[in-house]
Design a protein around this ligand. Structure first.
Ligand code: PHE
Length: 342
């Protein structure tokens, strides 16, 4: 038993690479290694020397374990360093592509810009509404079909809590809290119980307008909306006024423009008529003013509701409503870099 030779061997065994470490463990520490053989040999020694040699062997085993632990630490450090060293500073840098606005936001911004020039400010209201703001105050009859579950999403039907079906709710909220003169624009999401298709969706966006003051007439309504349409679509677009009905306006009208997708030739968006409806409007019904605490003898007003999806489809030639909600990057990327100024 040459313990000196063993010690020397232990101290000189190379420990630079993972292979060296494996060989070291195999040679000295593992089952069948030299240390095991030496310990086994203890049995054959006379008891006087056995204790001494045993102690020395323990020390050598500790030494072996210490060496390998140290070598391990050094190796791991080297591994980290090599990883750092593989970063190639000449590699082209990441390109962070700027995000883009959703086309509906672009159009909303454009509409707001136009009406701001006419002195309109912004108003807002909740999407979860009550029967009063969505229907009651807007002069809907108690048995109006829109109040049916078939047309409206109810959150709590017993209490009349629903998802607003139009932004006209904001007319009520603004008039309840403000005295005329009022000139507001209220953009927002609305919900209807529809089957989703190219032409209909369960949610879409409207921009409500409300103007209440002394001596507001239908002439001002017409001039305002024609100014808007020409600013938005250009001077050449044709405008068609149609008599209509809404419970909360008396006189009521709808406005169509010549279809920009097919230039009047007929397509699926204009249902082959050459015209597309872009808004509903009218003179605010005196009952609605009164329901909000505004004296209908003193004040008159007009209101309108624009369909944002419709405006966007016409402005950007989008044939199917479903594109707006799918978050398909192939679609959205087409609008990257567009700003609010057109
Ligand atoms: N709220 C009506 C709708 O959703 C649009 C409208 C708004 C009509 C304001 C007249 C006045 O269809």
């Amino acid at each position: 038993m040459d313990l000196h030779a063993l010690e020397k061997e232990l101290l000189t065994h190379p420990l630079e690479t993972p292979e060296d470490l494996r060989a070291f463990r195999k040679t000295f520490l593992e089952k069948g290694g030299k240390l095991e053989a030496y310990f086994a040999h203890l049995r054959n020694l006379p008891p006087e020397t056995r204790k001494d040699i045993g102690k020395k062997l323990n020390t050598l085993r500790d030494l072996a374990q210490e060496r390998i632990a140290q070598a391990q630490t050094v190796l791991e450090g080297n591994a980290n360093q090599t990883q750092e060293a593989t970063i190639d500073p000449s590699f082209p840098q990441w390109v962070f592509e700027p995000g883009g606005r959703h086309p509906l936001s672009l159009v909303e911004g454009k509409v707001i810009q136009i009406f701001q020039r006419l002195g309109y400010s912004l108003a807002d209201g909740p999407e979860v509404e009550d029967d009063w703001h969505n229907f009651g105050a807007l002069n809907f009859e108690p048995d109006h079909p829109a109040r049916d579950m078939q047309d409206t999403f109810f959150v709590r039907p017993e209490e009349g809590i629903l998802l607003r079906t139009h932004t006209s709710t904001v007319q009520i909220r603004v008039m309840e809290r403000n005295k005329p003169p009022i000139r507001i624009l209220a953009p927002g999401r609305v919900y209807r119980h529809e089957t989703i298709s190219a032409r209909a969706h369960v949610y879409f966006h409207q921009i409500e307008g409300l103007c209440v003051d002394k001596d507001i007439s239908a002439a001002e309504l017409k001039a305002t909306l024609e100014y808007f349409i020409h600013s938005f679509f250009g001077e050449t677009v044709q405008i068609r006024w149609r008599a209509s009905y809404f419970p909360f306006t008396e006189m009521s009208a709808e406005v169509d423009i010549s279809c920009l997708l097919c230039q009047g030739a007929g397509c699926s968006v204009c249902k082959h008529s050459g015209w597309v409806e872009v808004l509903g409007c009218g003179i605010v019904d005196p009952n609605v003013l009164a329901a909000c605490g505004i004296d209908p003898e003193k004040y008159t007003g007009f209101a309108f509701g624009l369909g944002v999806e419709r405006l966007t489809q016409l402005l950007y030639n989008i044939p199917d409503l479903r594109f707006f909600g799918q978050n398909d990057l192939k679609f959205l990327n087409a609008f990257r870099g567009y700003g609010y100024t057109f």
